[in-house]
Design a protein. Structure first.
Length: 474
């Protein structure tokens, strides 16, 4: 009898233990899902639990989740990347940049140049458990040549000298030991140093980002690297007199006048860029583009073609400026006013060329990535990525292809396409919920209702608070 009583007492406890576990996860219901691989899927319910998408399917099935978000009339896209940022370029922005990125739906960033002593603490903070910040991938410093452009004199110090191939090999091994995700090769390296950098990075399994070195032509350097920035120096390899331009550059790179790295590079661009564009040769350029078919191009049109679509002429520019640190806001307001009154028309030729070349690249199948160079030249972190998407569409990409450039292409660079870039089961829970259809107008990527970053849902109100808190902490 006593044993029966004990069993009767245990039985209710067993029933409780075997009951359904407490519901977890979040469901966004009845939403239109858009990504560059699956296209458009209407009336979907997307469930994420922690940092993983656990279900994607037609709305209607019974749900067991902790939270439900009604996505009726809304559009869900993957979290966006800014594929070219500098977190430590301007100290005024560094601490507030993560919040600004998230507020604009940028859930991943690629830092393409910063000294390790400055960028490592920023990366560690962004990667800390519970941090509300984009996923961050970083290169460390710009790996320059015997002459350094960003040497801390006329420009911020984000570059380092690599005078010899041995210097380059040692530098990259040291960076790899410190945990960089890729390397960034800059413009003043010699061919021998470039080859050493490529060989060492490939040996260590590090992706390679690069400018086209002035000592090389785009068709020479492009096949050796995984991405190229700004379209810079490609115009020289598209000119009918490309071999002559290259020989002239090689002679001037000897630097007989002892110019600084920054002045030497600028003098070469000033001397050759517009004449090269004037000598555009379609057949030669097609050969160059064919050599770049496996190299992601990051044209940064919001920078190179800024005077064709100035941000300060947009209705939302004042709001964008209101989100940045106060001292930068004052400077940028003055700079915007000055540019509006006295636009620099000499940049128009390169701006129009940049749009043309991006469209031509896209037509021939060269992959395009979306990056901004923020915060350089009045580039509000996060905000500027949406400007870049608009410029990519203006250059000839469809809205869905522009979304690909800010989702799938960056993931491919890091061989993460099985983890990121689309709205699929098993992918990371980085999502942006929009109030309007980005395929009807790419500018609708700005119409953000909520952001999911690493599985954390942030409503419009919470995003606003996040930015305000970051601004107050400056």
């Amino acid at each position: 009898m006593r044993r029966q009583l004990i069993l009767l007492g245990i039985f209710p406890a067993l029933l409780i233990a075997c009951a359904e576990p407490e519901s977890s996860g979040t469901a966004i219901t009845n939403v239109t899902v858009i990504d560059a691989v699956n296209g458009v899927r209407e009336n979907q319910t997307v469930v994420f639990d922690g940092d993983e998408i656990t279900s994607v399917g037609s709305t209607g099935a019974e749900l067991s989740v902790a939270e439900t978000i009604d996505g009726t009339g809304k559009f869900l896209i993957p979290g966006l990347w800014d594929f070219h940022v500098h977190l430590t370029y301007d100290d005024r922005f560094t601490s507030s940049m993560p919040a600004l990125f998230i507020s604009y739906g940028i859930t991943s960033v690629r830092d393409t140049g910063g000294l390790m002593r400055k960028v490592l603490p920023v990366v560690e903070k962004m990667r800390a458990p519970g941090a509300v910040a984009p996923r961050v991938f970083f290169a460390g410093p710009l790996l320059d040549g015997n002459f350094v452009v960003y040497d801390g004199e006329s420009r911020p110090e984000i570059g380092v000298r690599n005078a010899t191939p041995d210097d380059a090999r040692a530098a990259i091994r040291n960076l790899q030991e410190q945990g960089v995700d890729f390397i960034k090769i800059y413009e003043m390296v010699s061919p021998a140093v470039f080859d050493a950098m490529v060989e060492t990075a490939q040996e260590l399994g590090l992706p390679i980002d690069s400018h086209v070195p002035l000592s090389l032509r785009a068709s020479m350097a492009g096949p050796s690297v995984d991405s190229i920035e700004h379209l810079r120096n490609i115009e020289m390899d598209c000119a009918s007199n490309a071999p002559e331009l290259h020989e002239t550059r090689l002679e001037l790179l000897r630097n007989p006048d002892g110019l600084s790295g920054a002045d030497l590079r600028s003098s070469l661009h000033s001397l050759q860029r517009l004449p090269a564009i004037a000598n555009y040769d379609e057949a030669r350029c097609d050969q160059t583009l064919d050599a770049l078919m496996s190299t992601i191009q990051v044209p940064t049109l919001r920078l190179g073609a800024l005077n064709l679509a100035p941000p300060y002429r947009r209705d939302d520019w004042a709001d964008a400026l209101s989100r940045i640190p106060a001292d930068a806001r004052e400077d940028w307001s003055e700079a915007s006013a000055a540019l509006a009154e006295n636009p620099n028309n000499e940049f128009t030729a390169f701006a129009e060329w940049s749009l043309f070349l991006t469209g031509r690249m896209h037509e021939r199948g060269v992959p395009i990535g979306a990056g901004t160079d923020t915060p350089i030249f009045i580039s509000v972190p996060g905000y500027s990525l949406h400007s870049e998407l608009e410029m990519l569409v203006r250059a000839g990409l469809s809205p869905l292809e522009a979304i690909r450039s800010a989702t799938v292409r960056p993931a491919e660079f890091f061989s993460l396409q099985n983890e990121m870039g689309t709205v699929d089961v098993g992918k990371k829970a980085d999502l942006v919920l929009l109030d309007a259809n980005p395929l009807e107008d790419i500018a609708n990527t700005r119409q953000i209702a909520a952001v999911v970053s690493k599985g954390k849902l942030l409503t419009r109100k919470e995003l606003s608070k996040l930015v305000s808190a970051a601004r107050s902490a400056e």
